[in-house]
Design a protein around this ligand. Structure first.
Ligand SMILES: Cc1cc2nc3c(=O)[nH]c(=O)nc-3n(C[C@H](O)[C@H](O)[C@H](O)COP(=O)(O)O)c2cc1C
Length: 149
């Protein structure tokens, strides 16, 4: 599934908001595992198409010509065409009982070494995205201990 609503919740914790109507909700709840894949701009059309259909209709790897790469610590496959993949296990279930918010612990990270600054895509709603662009630094304004994290 495509997931625009996600957030960091700690150094190795990630939250994803997965609506109950999605098949992914049941898959995540039952398996208590997932892989979070990080796409870049060249995959954007596919990202949108993936998010506009359900795996209840067809296998999305086949339909969109994506490569399912076996993960190491979880059963869910990684997407070979993505810049990075995070193998995750469900960490917190109390919140998920009340809200479709899944809190995942990242077990393993796979990230391509290049490009150094991937053009990742960020969903803004209403069918619009921002693409990661130029980097700016404000290191000189930071307390040194704030840079250690
Ligand atoms: C750009 C975009 C962002 C989306 N973000 C979310 C999201 O944060 N949470 C969610 O539950 N569904 C989101 N969706 C919808 C799901 O991706 C879609 O319903 C899902 O792919 C259904 O597949 P499934 O039934 O196989 O789980 C998004 C769709 C698009 C196109």
């Amino acid at each position: 599934m495509t997931c625009g609503w996600h957030m960091m919740l700690g150094y190795d914790l990630v939250g994803t908001y997965i609506w109950q109507a999605n098949r992914s909700f049941e898959l995540a709840r039952r398996s208590r595992e997932c892989v979070v894949n990080l796409p870049t701009e060249r995959l954007l059309d596919t990202v949108v198409r993936i998010g506009n259909c359900s795996s209840a209709e067809a296998d999305k790897f086949e339909r969109f010509g994506l490569t399912a790469v076996p993960a190491r610590d979880v059963q869910a496959p990684m997407i070979g065409e993505c810049h990075a993949s995070f193998e995750c296990r469900l960490h917190e279930t109390r919140i998920t009982a009340d809200y479709p918010l899944f809190v995942w612990r990242v077990l393993r990270v796979h990230a391509a070494s290049s490009p150094r600054d991937p053009r990742t895509v960020h969903y803004r709603g209403e069918g619009r995205f921002m693409v990661a662009g130029k980097e700016v630094s404000r290191r000189r304004l930071f307390r040194p201990d704030m840079l250690e994290q």
